[in-house]
Design a protein around this ligand. Structure first.
Ligand SMILES: Nc1ncnc2c1ncn2[C@@H]1O[C@H](COP(=O)(O)OP(=O)(O)O)[C@@H](O)[C@H]1O
Ligand SMILES: [Mg+2]
Length: 235
């Protein structure tokens, strides 16, 4: 067992609201873990805490054996734990390739430009390299944000709703990229409402409801789990 990311008993409160309550998760090298649950379950908050946007109120987060809870987001990203946003946060007025170059200033690559071009080829946006980010489709924006994260060579990627507002062809493309990268040993935590994509892509799925993790297992067991069905039906 080669755990790369471990979230242990994580809790995050907003005033009186406990958005994440005592949640534990572990990711091994090459894992693709799905995280599903009704709106407001705490999925985005979990990603926000793990990526350093919020400090947890309880619990610990270990990445490659070291604690990262409380570290600033850029420090966590540079260690190799990166995330994307539910609504892509791009530099709208910059071009596609400039969007890849900005975060890459933090790394000491031989040729950042060459790496950006290779990344654009990999994600299939090379033809749009000099287009402004604001002119991309919803799916292309998701792809570009994914590419921006890849510029940092992350070992773990936390993807928040990567398929939301994405046309079917790009959805398939994103799934293919995730599969290819996980085969190279990169790990993913994928938060998504898109059940066919999650069930098709993830070997394991965790379920959150009202801040708590209520189930985790193989897709077949999750599909038939009565607690999961109840959470979705509001039971
Ligand atoms: N910054 C914040 N301040 C106050 N409440 C928040 C904040 N972020 C999220 N919440 C609340 O925490 C709960 C979980 O939200 P969220 O993590 O966005 O859920 P999900 O991503 O599963 O839909 C919700 O009740 C939401 O309103
Ligand atoms: Mg969310």
């Amino acid at each position: 067992m080669d755990v790369i990311l471990e979230v242990r008993n994580l809790t995050k409160k907003f005033g009186g609201l406990i958005a994440v309550r005592n949640v534990s998760l572990a990711l091994e090298k090459g894992d693709v873990l799905g995280l599903i649950g009704p709106n407001g379950a705490g999925k985005t908050t979990l990603i926000n805490v793990v990526s350093g946007i919020y400090r947890p109120d309880g619990g610990r987060i270990y990445f490659k054996g070291s604690r990262i809870d409380g570290l600033e987001p850029y420090k966590i990203a540079r260690r190799g734990l990166c995330r994307t946003f539910q609504i892509p946060k791009l530099f709208d007025k910059m071009t596609v390739i400039e969007n890849l170059l900005v975060p890459a200033y933090a790394i000491e690559a031989e040729s950042i430009y060459g790496k950006a071009v290779d990344t654009l080829k990999f994600i299939g946006l090379e033809h749009l390299m000099h287009e402004r980010a604001m002119n991309l489709s919803g799916g292309q924006k998701k792809l570009l944000e994914f590419g921006r994260v890849l510029m940092l060579d992350p070992e773990v990627m936390l993807l928040d709703e990567p398929f939301a507002g994405v046309a079917p062809s790009i959805k398939e493309q994103i799934m293919k990229l995730i599969k290819e990268l996980s085969e190279q040993g990169r790990s993913f935590l994928i938060v998504s409402h898109d059940m066919p994509s999650v069930f098709g892509l993830c070997e394991r799925i965790a379920v959150m409801s009202a801040g708590e993790k209520i189930a985790e297992g193989a897709p077949e067991s999750i599909r038939n789990d009565i607690r999961v069905i109840e959470a979705y039906l509001g039971g």
